[in-house]
Design a protein around this ligand. Structure first.
Ligand SMILES: [Cu+2]
Length: 467
């Protein structure tokens, strides 16, 4: 975090001291915006002022510090162009807030009066819509309908009481297609007001509370700026503008109750799936779901413009996959125009062509898993289609994928990645060492050189990245 302003929030102690020492003159001025320069997951921001709550952890994100001004929580968001590290070595020109896309998570408590200053440093007008909130109509942020748009260089003030606890998000309601395709969004969490030992009937106490937004970009391989007119054929499928293996793992101590809050600002649905556990949807952007209306799931579909808040008890130790179940969304920069080559025999063909084109490669004759291990020549500033290596080899994933790491010895409140899970002896799939299966493989008659499509072998680095 860049401590270029009067309280940084990088350390909560610093924020607490600074927030309490702001002078009356300073309180009459705009709060200094706090900027973030890192795409790493920031530790939870325990509230230095205001009512207590259990903070969330935003995957590869952070929570905006605030200042208290006569009982009002004041935030300052700056809409601006940013350069986001979507994966190490893969930088993308996005628009965001306070140095990153997504913008900082805003965390408040049910009943808080909140004042948000929004400064526009974009080249065009913008607004912010507070998705899911109960608020006065004039604070709803639809440009032209509820307010004039915020012109470049101008600052607007939004103010309302956070009336309903839950999982929400914010995004522009001005030139929406462009501004969301460029990454303008952020999370808003309203925690229940349960001080002094009170509890909420539909909101459990959890030990870990994670949050992320689903977003997608269309970045031509070798370029840095998304194509903003793409509706569905994106090639970068992100959680909080990050792709696997650059998305932080979720960690938990065995037995802890874990909440995961997911919002979807792409243009398609994402069935979010967890391994090894079942969960319940305990809330949406419409608020908490009553217990009588919940049922167990291992996958929940998050439709466009929806939020889902799921909860599970992390009682099975291990490294459990957590991913979008649309298999194309766990892939990296890969074209859909690549022909299926399974069963096509290219024996001898590659060697002959490589005499003329040294980096020529054929993909997919045994499936596409070879792509995960192969070192394909890629254009600059592009991440591979499948990447990430686990303790037993390539994971063959590249987009909306991470892991839930459950450990008996993960200490409470510790978010450090515990590394690979050590499988206890006798609990892991193993290779059969007896006699081989007697059924012969079915005969194939695809003679080399005569198989349909053999002449259509493609050089993936050049033709395989169309979107
Ligand atoms: Cu998906």
């Amino acid at each position: 975090m860049n401590r270029r302003h009067f309280f940084s929030g990088a350390a909560t102690a610093v924020a607490a001291v600074s927030a309490s020492s702001v002078s009356r003159v300073a309180l009459a001025a705009l709060p200094e915006p706090v900027m973030q320069t890192s795409a790493n997951t920031a530790p939870p921001l325990h509230p230095p002022t205001g009512r207590p709550y259990n903070p969330v952890v935003t995957l590869n994100g952070w929570t905006a510090p605030w200042r208290m001004n006569a009982g009002v929580k004041e935030f300052h968001l700056v809409a601006e162009p940013v350069v986001r590290e979507v994966a190490p070595g893969f930088m993308v020109n996005l628009w965001g807030y306070n140095g990153q896309s997504p913008g900082p998570t805003i965390e408040v408590v049910e009943g808080d009066r909140v004042r948000i200053f929004v400064t526009n440093r974009l080249p065009e007008h913008t607004t912010i819509h507070w998705h899911g909130q109960r608020l006065p109509n004039g604070m709803d942020g639809v440009g032209g309908l509820n307010q004039p748009s915020i012109q470049p260089g101008k600052t607007f003030v939004y103010e309302f009481v956070a009336r309903r606890p839950g999982t929400f998000m914010y995004h522009p309601h001005a030139d929406e297609m462009v501004q969301m395709a460029m990454g303008m969004m952020g999370l808003w969490i309203t925690h229940p007001n349960v001080g002094n030992g009170a509890t909420h009937p539909h909101i459990a106490t959890v030990q870990r509370d994670y949050a992320f937004l689903l977003n997608a970009f269309d970045v031509e391989p070798g370029s840095m700026t998304p194509k903003v007119n793409t509706m569905l054929d994106h090639n970068i499928w992100c959680w909080n503008s990050r792709v696997f293996p650059a998305i932080s793992p979720l960690v938990a101590r065995q037995g802890e109750r874990v909440r995961i809050r997911v919002g979807n600002l792409t243009m398609t649905n994402h069935p979010i799936h967890i391994h090894g556990h079942e969960f319940e949807v305990t809330g949406t952007d419409g608020g908490p779901v009553p217990k009588s209306a919940r049922w167990p799931e291992v996958t929940t579909d998050v439709a466009v413009g929806q939020m889902r808040q799921i909860e599970l008890v992390a009682d099975e130790p291990g490294d459990w996959a957590l991913h979008c179940h649309k298999s194309h969304h766990t892939m990296g920069a890969m074209g859909h125009a690549v022909p299926t080559m399974i069963g096509v025999d290219h024996r001898g063909l590659v060697g002959k062509i490589q005499k003329i084109v040294p980096d020529y490669m054929v993909m997919g004759e045994r499936g596409m898993a070879d792509m995960g291990a192969m070192e394909m020549p890629l254009p600059d500033n592009t991440f591979p289609m499948m990447t990430g290596t686990g303790p037993y080899g390539p994971l063959e994933m590249g987009g909306m994928f991470t892991t839930l790491k459950v450990r008996a010895d993960q200490t409470t409140g510790n978010y450090r990645d515990p590394g690979d899970y050590a499988q206890p002896p006798g609990t892991q799939a193993y290779e059969w060492q007896g006699a081989p299966a007697s059924t012969p493989r079915p005969a194939r008659n695809d003679t080399p050189g005569t198989a349909p499509g053999a002449a259509n072998a493609r050089k993936p680095a050049h033709s395989g990245h169309q979107h």
